[in-house]
Design a protein around this ligand. Structure first.
Ligand SMILES: [Zn+2]
Length: 268
């Protein structure tokens, strides 16, 4: 019996050994197959990054350009007297005289409708600590004519041709009939009687104060810096023109000259 048992045991051992061998062979085969497959495999290209689909934002409103909303242009009547554009191409004419004139100070008159605003502006500047000299208000056609031709004669005496003299004069002195001073709506204001009327006085002292506060009284710096190509007149920080508080506030805030402001209202 023992021999029989031993035989069984041996068979069992042989059977187990056979299974193990088969398993080993199978593993070798798998390993071999795998290594072959890896050898034969073409080198894989570097995979391209998978594009991530970015959702396109759906516009629900116009993007905000500025955190400060742009103020709408004021509802003014651009054909009104205080917004009248006066320049060489659009003169008042020889016969224009304001309906009513009021003396502001220093013998200087202005259109009666704007004289109180000019007085208030001057008083405010004095309260702010500036000395104020009201240099020039209303000027009639004949006075403007004399000033203009005095400049022409002076330049021609210096050797300029008449054409050259006109071109140079017109940058600083408006042509007779085309001066805002004839309208009575503007004022030349200086810090003292002796102060030169030259562009370099701008940007400081009383000139800076006027630039910052004139709109509160309805005035603008009519010939601003860097707008000569539009206005046709050199920078005159002392020359204030009445246009009304709403228009003045908008123009000074936006840095617009009168020509640019009026262009906003031109219909197609
Ligand atoms: Zn002036």
């Amino acid at each position: 019996m023992s021999g029989n048992r031993n035989t069984k045991k041996r068979r069992a051992q042989q059977g187990a050994g056979g299974k193990l061998l088969l398993l080993l062979l199978a593993l070798i085969g798998v390993a071999w197959g795998l290594s072959k497959a890896l050898e034969n495999r073409a080198p894989e290209p570097t995979p391209l990054p998978t594009p991530v689909a970015t959702p396109i934002p759906v516009a629900t409103a116009w993007p905000t350009v500025s955190p400060v909303p742009t103020p709408p242009k004021p509802a003014v009547d651009v054909t009104s007297w205080e917004l009248r554009l006066i320049r060489y191409e659009n003169p008042l004419g020889e016969d224009f005289v304001p309906e009513s004139l009021t003396t502001v100070e220093n013998g200087q008159q202005m259109d009666s409708r704007v004289a109180p605003a000019a007085s208030n502006l001057i008083n405010a500047a004095r309260l702010a600590g500036y000395s104020v000299y009201f240099c020039s208000g209303y000027r009639d056609y004949d006075t403007q004519y004399t000033i203009y031709w005095n400049h022409i004669n002076q330049y021609m005496a210096q050797g300029m041709t008449e054409e050259e003299a006109h071109a140079k004069t017109r940058l600083a002195v408006n042509y007779p009939g085309a001066s805002e001073h004839q309208s009575g709506l503007c004022a030349d204001i200086l810090e003292s009687a002796s102060q030169e009327m030259e562009p370099w006085i701008g940007g400081s002292g009383l000139m800076l104060w006027l630039e910052q506060h004139c709109a509160e009284y309805g005035f603008v710096v009519r010939y601003p810096k860097d707008k000569t190509d539009i206005t046709g007149v050199e920078y005159e920080p002392w020359h204030l023109r009445y246009v009304g508080v709403d228009a003045a506030t908008y123009m000074m805030e936006k840095g617009l000259c009168l020509e640019e402001f009026l262009a906003l209202y031109e219909v197609g």
